[in-house]
Design a protein. Structure first.
Length: 1163
């Protein structure tokens, strides 16, 4: 320790230790006492301080509190807006404010409504934002809202910015004031901005998107209509084809199919929009499918469970539930195992996606009868003549020596009169030589000496003296004229296909080699003389001289020497092809070639989807194949390749004629198909103009687009929000209404769903089918383009079969324990059926006679033949007329024709003998009887007396007679079966059909009721089997009533039958809720509610009506088009058309006193 440190430690302080200046403690005490007295005196006598006037701290605290108040206000506003979302502003001044969209207003009234609620809620809560700091008080002020104008200004002051579920709210021009003792000491004006986590706008957007998807989205977009359409097609095509294949299907489409389809479409659309769907709706939909399957036939459901190795079977409760409202299905289905969806119930591939092969087929044989008829543009005779036509040419070189220079002018003082000229010529040294140049026949030479004289009278101008002026001049023309071919076969149609191909010059005018039978094809050998004779009048020099004289006379040789072109000429010369052919049987060769070509054409085919039979035109596909593949292989020649000889060009010309005739026929079928599909659209439009062009729904078919990825971005501060959907009622049922006891949200009686479906083509007993047939027949050989039948054989056969089966079903039911007899006055019905059968038999007799007439007229084509065949039916469309027949006679042909007509009738009769009346009628129009008739008639006309006429023997081989008979019979059968027979009465058929339909309708209803009542029994052993048949096809059905429109209605080409249903479905929820889980228990869920209610708010001390909440509802239409194979067609077999739900056309709240109307209206 240092010395200094020791000193400090031993002294209490400096004063004590200091030995030089010691002050007594008493003096110190006195000093302290005096000092304190002075200080106290000074304090007591000082001036009083001023008040605190700094409000910054209080204002800052107020703004901080205002943030909290604003957040709470925005959350309350969001909940109010979600609970009562105004989507339809009121027709008041207050509602008009919400509907504004200009300037700073939002496009959506709901956002304007939310902004108004934010403003009003905040203004009501501003008292909580004020602060007190000492004697300073703060307050927040925004303008009051007492008028619609002020409400509008308030909305404009609030802006909303969104980022997922985060909403940033800005309120402009918020005033915060600080006062002391009632006096304002400071004021701030600021923009208040807060960010709140609330998905209210997102929820509104999703619900709006859902409303659009179920009510407005077109069929090409994912939504209700697309999904409903897909399910409707899955059901309609499955049931349509099942019906066509004898399954017990009375109605292709009914309300029981529409109802689950609509609810399933709603369920899938909810999943698309919200990422979730009403959990109760899923089970309700599945049970809806189960009920549908039960009513349609438990076999469908059992097939599904068997294929999926499930033993669930039909729920025991199904039979009970299927007759009750679906409003409380969720109570029933909670304990049930998973049930199948639509496509599961309708097990197996969709018929929509299956393909159909269409082929030219029998139509390929039709043109031959045209080719063998000389009067048609496509005939063999015309083809041969076009090739055996040469356009000849006369060309001349005229070498003139000398000129015409006549001087007959008058002297001066004389006036000249008219000049008269005279000329004469002398043809000398005429010679002819054969030309050695290609395509030239002869070369002629001649010298023409021409003498020309002129004379003129000149008169003296001032006297009477006349002077005659005369002069003569001479010139010579050395003529060289050639006659030859300018163009061979100038009118050949094949040149349009092969423009660069020509007959090889080496063989064109040279005879071909001798054949085994000794015949020679001469080509154009000898044609030079024929062409020269046609052009010059002969081939000798005398003919040339005569021709030259005629040409000289046509010129003004006395004035000037003629030019070369005045001695030129062209002319298309038709050659005598029979003389050139010699003994070559070119007609027989062409017939054989075309007969072979028919097989190739018949095999031209195209594969189309079933839907394309309506949405497209399969005949167009066939035409494309013909015009590319077939034409390329058999008609076209490689570029630059010539024909070997004239005969080969004739063959190609005939082939092209066949091709054009076939294309023309197919174009007629193409037009008929378009007529049929247009008729389908017209019928749909007649039901409702909204269904115009309804076949576009078929184009969509089963195409369902996948749901698009979530278009609503997640919040930046939270995960994706989960939604819970709840609809009241859960399942929109059409069969019954609900009330508040079943659905608490319902106010009174409520119809959740209304439906209506109309079968567009019940029975085609009208001119529609005639129009379709006429379009085809106009293009087909030997057929009439003016069909006069009102009822086709197909229809008549089906009505007759249906009636006979109905009687059988009635009689079988009489002997059963159930006594399921549905025919009223069965005895009278049986009598009507017998009467109708007699009419059909009479029509079949007329058919036999018509086939015979048309066949014989085609086999012996000539006016005389037509006059003989149709002599007893002068009003027939093929009768030539009295004037023609008065001169067209052929006594040798008359006995042959009479015998041929009789033999043909016998042949037709024998071909149809094995079949009953109804079956025969169906076979004829299906085309399934044609080949039988061809074979039978060919045998009947096989005798030599029928083919022994000159026209045949000169052109064809004996073995080709059968080919020609077949070519004549096919169009005759087609025409007679489609146009020329009047089969009974349409009224009679419709009366029978109406009674059958009524019985079938009763049977169908009973069948459905029986299935529901006996859910545990196997389908097919009930009443329906008697009337509707069964899936095992062991029982025929009475439901053969024809329905639908024919597509490609040519016998043998009737590839399909189409029908359509217009489907209307509208629904409404009594209440539709969407709840969003916000993540924190304190916040709780936010629920957005859509139900039919009015929204009011107390503003300015009074309750103001702002608008209404629109319920979630939809109104949609679709068109189901079903295409089935030919046969009985496809259509509803019951008499209820249209079929509607009980409350149609009402949906939502209904009044028991409201009128209902389901019947079709005009137009």
């Amino acid at each position: 320790m240092s010395k200094s440190q020791t000193t400090v430690r031993s002294c209490a302080g400096g004063v004590i230790c200091d030995e030089r200046a010691r002050v007594p403690l008493a003096v110190v005490g006195v000093f302290l006492l005096l000092s304190s007295a002075i200080l106290i005196g000074q304090l007591e006598t000082g001036e009083e301080p001023g008040p605190n006037v700094d409000a910054s701290l209080a204002l800052d605290q107020t703004e901080a509190t205002l943030q909290t108040v604003a957040r709470d206000s925005v959350k309350r506003a969001a909940k109010l807006a979600a609970a009562q979302p105004v989507t339809d502003p009121a027709d008041t001044r207050w509602g008009a404010v919400l509907e504004r969209s200009e300037a700073r207003f939002a496009d959506d009234p709901f956002e304007n409504y939310l902004r108004a609620l934010v403003y009003l809620e905040l203004r009501d809560s501003l008292d909580h934002a004020g602060q007190t700091d000492g004697d300073i008080r703060t307050a927040v002020q925004i303008p009051a809202v007492d008028t619609p104008t002020e409400l509008g200004e308030a909305i404009k002051r609030v802006t909303l910015e969104r980022s997922g579920a985060e909403v940033t709210v800005t309120l402009s021009n918020v005033t915060v004031t600080a006062t002391r003792a009632g006096k304002e000491i400071e004021r701030r004006t600021t923009n208040l901005t807060v960010t709140v986590f609330t998905p209210v706008l997102e929820m509104h957007d999703r619900v709006t998107a859902y409303q659009y998807a179920i009510d407005e989205a077109p069929i090409t977009e994912p939504g209700f209509r697309q999904r409903f359409n897909a399910r409707t097609y899955a059901i309609g095509w499955a049931r349509g084809w099942a019906q066509n294949y004898q399954a017990p299907v009375g109605e292709v489409l009914a309300t029981r199919h529409i109802e689950p389809s609509a609810n399933a479409a709603l369920y899938r659309t909810q999943q698309d929009i919200f990422g979730a769907a009403d959990p109760d709706l899923q089970n309700a939909v599945r049970l809806g499918w189960a009920c549908m399957a039960l009513k349609d036939g438990q076999a469908l459901f059992e097939e599904y469970t068997t294929d999926n190795q499930s033993s669930a079977g039909m729920p025991d409760v199904a039979g009970r539930v299927c007759n009750n409202a679906h409003a409380f299905y969720n109570r029933i289905t909670q304990r049930q195992s998973a049930l199948p969806e639509t496509v599961d119930v309708l097990a197996g591939p969709s018929q929509l996606q299956q393909t159909k092969t269409v082929a030219v087929g029998e139509l390929a044989a039709m043109p031959l009868t045209v080719l063998t008829d000389d009067s048609t543009q496509y005939s063999f005779e015309s083809a041969i003549q076009r090739i055996f036509t040469i356009e000849g040419q006369v060309a001349t070189e005229a070498d003139v020596r000398g000129s015409v220079q006549l001087d007959v002018g008058c002297r001066v003082g004389y006036r000249g009169g008219p000049v008269s000229r005279e000329g004469r010529y002398d043809i000398q040294a005429v010679n002819r030589t054969e030309s050695d140049r290609e395509k030239q026949y002869y070369r002629y030479t001649a010298a023409v000496a021409v003498t020309v004289s002129a004379e003129r009278t000149c008169r003296e101008r001032d006297g009477n003296t006349t002077v005659q002026r005369h002069d003569t001049d001479r010139y010579t023309i050395e003529m060289t004229t050639t006659v030859g071919e300018q163009e061979a076969s100038p009118a050949a149609k094949i040149d349009n296909v092969n423009p660069r191909a020509d007959v090889s010059p080496a063989y064109a005018y040279t005879p071909g080699p001798s054949r085994r039978d000794g015949t020679v094809f001469n080509n154009y050998d000898g044609a030079g003389d024929a062409v020269t004779e046609a052009l010059l009048g002969g081939t000798g020099t005398a003919s040339y001289e005569d021709w030259l004289e005629a040409r000289m006379d046509a010129t003004n040789y006395e004035r000037r020497p003629p030019r070369d072109e005045q001695f030129e000429a062209t002319e298309a010369v038709k050659l005598d092809y029979e003389a050139l052919l010699g003994n070559v049987g070119l007609f027989a060769e062409l017939t054989e070639d075309i007969h072979t070509l028919q097989t190739q054409a018949a095999n031209v085919s195209a594969e189309v989807e079933r839907r394309e039979l309506v949405t497209g035109n399969p005949t167009s596909r066939l035409l494309d194949r013909l015009q590319t593949e077939f034409k390329s292989e058999f008609i076209e020649r490689p570029d630059g390749e010539d024909y070997e000889n004239v005969r080969e060009k004739v063959v190609y010309e005939a082939r092209y004629a066949y091709y054009r005739a076939l294309v023309e026929q197919l174009e007629g079928v193409e037009t008929a198909h378009e007529t049929a599909t247009a008729e389908l659209d017209d019928r749909l439009a007649a039901i409702d103009s909204a269904f115009a062009n309804g076949t576009r729904f078929l184009a969509q078919g089963l195409r369902q687009h996948q749901a698009t990825p979530d278009a609503f971005p997640a919040s930046g501060v939270t995960e994706n929000i989960s939604y819970e959907i709840s609809g009241s009622p859960t399942y929109l049922g059409a069969s019954q209404t609900v009330d508040s006891e079943q659905v608490p949200a319902a106010d009174g009686e409520f119809a959740p769903l209304r439906t209506r479906n109309v079968n567009a083509v019940e029975l085609p007993y009208d001119t529609a089918v005639n129009d379709i047939l006429a379009a085809v027949l106009e293009a087909l050989p030997g057929t009439s383009a003016t069909p006069d039948t009102e009822l086709s054989f197909r229809m008549a056969g089906d009505v007759l079969s249906a009636g006979e089966l109905a009687l059988e079903a009635h009689e079988s039911a009489q002997t059963s324990a159930r006594q399921d007899t549905y025919l009223d006055e069965a005895a009278a019905f049986e009598s009507d059926i017998e009467s109708f059968a007699k009419n059909v038999e009479a029509a079949l007799d007329a058919f036999e006679r018509e086939v015979a007439k048309r066949t014989v007229a085609a086999l012996y084509p000539s006016p005389a033949s037509d006059c003989l065949v149709y002599a007893k039916t002068p009003h027939h469309d093929s009768y030539p007329g009295r004037e023609t027949c008065a001169s067209a006679t052929d006594s040798d042909l008359e006995p042959v024709i009479e015998a041929a007509v009789s033999a043909t009738e016998d042949g037709v009769r024998r071909a149809l003998a094995p079949y009953g009346t109804a079956e025969t009628a169906r076979l004829l129009e299906d085309g399934n009887a044609t080949e039988h008739i061809v074979d039978s008639v060919t045998r009947a006309l096989a005798g030599p007396r029928y083919r022994g006429y000159d026209a045949f023997e000169k052109r064809y081989e004996t073995e080709q007679w059968g080919t020609l008979v077949g070519a004549a019979v096919r169009p005759a059968v087609m025409t007679a079966s489609s146009t020329s027979i009047e089969i009974g009465s349409v009224t009679q058929a419709e009366a029978l059909d109406e009674r059958i339909q009524d019985a079938l309708g009763q049977a169908t209803t009973a069948l459905v009721e029986d299935r529901v009542a006996n859910a545990g029994e196997a389908v097919g052993r009930t009443v329906g089997e008697h009337w509707l048949g069964n899936a095992r096809r062991t029982a025929n059905r009475a439901a053969r009533v024809p329905a639908g429109l024919p597509l490609l209605p040519v016998p043998g080409q009737w590839v399909a039958t189409a029908n359509a249903w217009t489907v209307e479905v509208a629904g409404e929820y009594a209440r539709f809720e969407v709840s969003a889980r916000l993540g924190t228990p304190a916040d709780g869920p936010l629920t957005y509610v859509r139900e039919n209610r009015t929204v009011s708010r107390k503003i300015g001390g009074q309750k103001r009506r702002l608008g209404a909440v629109e319920p979630i509802a939809f109104d949609s239409q679709t068109v189901l088009v079903v295409v089935t194979p030919p046969g009985v067609g496809v259509g509803d077999r019951g008499s209820q058309n249209p079929e509607c739900s009980p409350t149609y056309p009402h949906v939502g709240e209904v009044d028991s006193g409201q009128s209902v109307a389901c019947a079709l209206t005009d137009g």
